[in-house]
Write a protein of this length. Structure first.
Length: 212
């Protein structure tokens, strides 16, 4: 008969590895995902903010490719569509480059790993909240019209490559009342809503039943 310690070690070994990639929104919902998947998966994510898609491309060789992940959930866009400075509409990662980055990310993970890859749409931006949050320092702006345009571009790539989509944008719109005054981040309850949605999508990809 296995000892309690040996049984625990066996259960840990049987858990699948899940990787979460993304920005501060990912960091916000990550604790809920870890909790929701505790019975079936070990959830790993970088300690730092993943920022824009260009950074994720740079980090693929350390954050993703050496690991034997069963599922990779990717959520990136809010840093790509930041304006270069407050009074411009020029974006950090232009739309065409964003589309190309998303395709390279997804194609590389699909071809170089055995993981199931899920792309998450970028969450809602409240234009007025974003303006007020950045007005004093005049650093940059974000606009929801760009969120929608960047999401459309990413969805076309996902359709082309056959990558499933977790529509966090739709969830964030349905729960806009749970967004913080800065027009980008969410309350604890808001992150719990997003995290449960992410966990549900990952469970489906792992083909394991929902927790009762």
């Amino acid at each position: 008969m296995l000892s309690r310690r040996s049984l625990f070690a066996l259960l840990v070994q049987q858990k699948k590895l899940v990787i979460l990639l993304g920005d501060s929104i990912r960091m916000g919902y990550q604790p809920t995902v870890v909790k929701e998947l505790a019975d079936v998966a070990e959830v790993w994510a970088p300690a730092e903010n993943g920022a824009h898609t260009a950074n994720l491309l740079v980090q693929l060789s350390t954050w993703v490719l050496p690991k034997n992940a069963a599922v990779i959930h990717v959520n990136a866009g809010l840093h790509d569509l930041k304006t270069v400075h407050y009074d411009t509409r020029e974006l950090v990662v232009p739309l065409k480059h964003y589309r190309d980055n998303v395709e390279t990310l997804l194609r590389t993970m699909r071809d170089k790993t055995t993981a199931k890859v899920i792309w998450a749409t970028t969450t809602l931006v409240n234009d007025e909240g974003s303006r007020q949050a950045r007005e004093k320092k005049r650093e940059f702006r974000r606009y929801n019209a760009d969120v929608e345009a960047y999401n459309r571009a990413a969805l076309k790539v996902c359709k082309k490559l056959g990558v499933p989509v977790n529509d966090l944008y739709a969830i964030s719109r349905q729960n806009a009342a749970l967004q913080m005054p800065d027009g980008v981040h969410f309350t604890t309850e808001g992150y719990q809503v997003l995290g449960k949605r992410v966990a549900d999508e990952i469970r489906a990809a792992l083909s394991v039943p929902q927790r009762t």
